[in-house]
Design a protein around this ligand. Sequence first.
Ligand SMILES: [Zn+2]
Length: 127
Amino acid sequence: MRKRSNSCFCAFCRSERTVYRKRHVSATDIGLSLLASALLSFIVWQDFDPRLVVFFVIAVVTAELFVVFRWRMSIACAKCGFDPILYKKKPELAAQRVKAHYQEKAEDPLSVFAPPPKLPVLIRKKA
Ligand SMILES: [Zn+2]
C-alpha cells in the first residue's frame, strides 16, 4: 500500500512534520463517487436516473476540494507558519506571515509551554 504522507522537515524552522502526498483525486475516488451517486440515485428515485450525474459531479468536486485543501493545509508549517508554496510566489508575503505567526505566539501566554523552534543560532562576528 502506498504511503499517504511523507515525513519532512520545515525549510525555515527545521522541525519535523508530515505532509500529505496526494494533491488531487484519484481514479479510486472517482469510482467511489460514482458508486455513492448510484446508491443515492437508488435511495432517492428507486432506480438509475440520469439525474445521478448531478450527485456524481457534486461528489467529485467535494472530494477534489477536500483533497486539495488537506494537501495545501499540510504544506504550511504549523510551528512557524512558513509556507513554501507562498514563498516561491511571493517571498515578502511569506516572510510577513512567519513574522505574524511569531508575533501571535509572543502574545499568547500559553506559548511559554510550547517547545521552541529549531532556528539556526545567529552569531555576530566582531569587526
Ligand atoms: Zn517551520
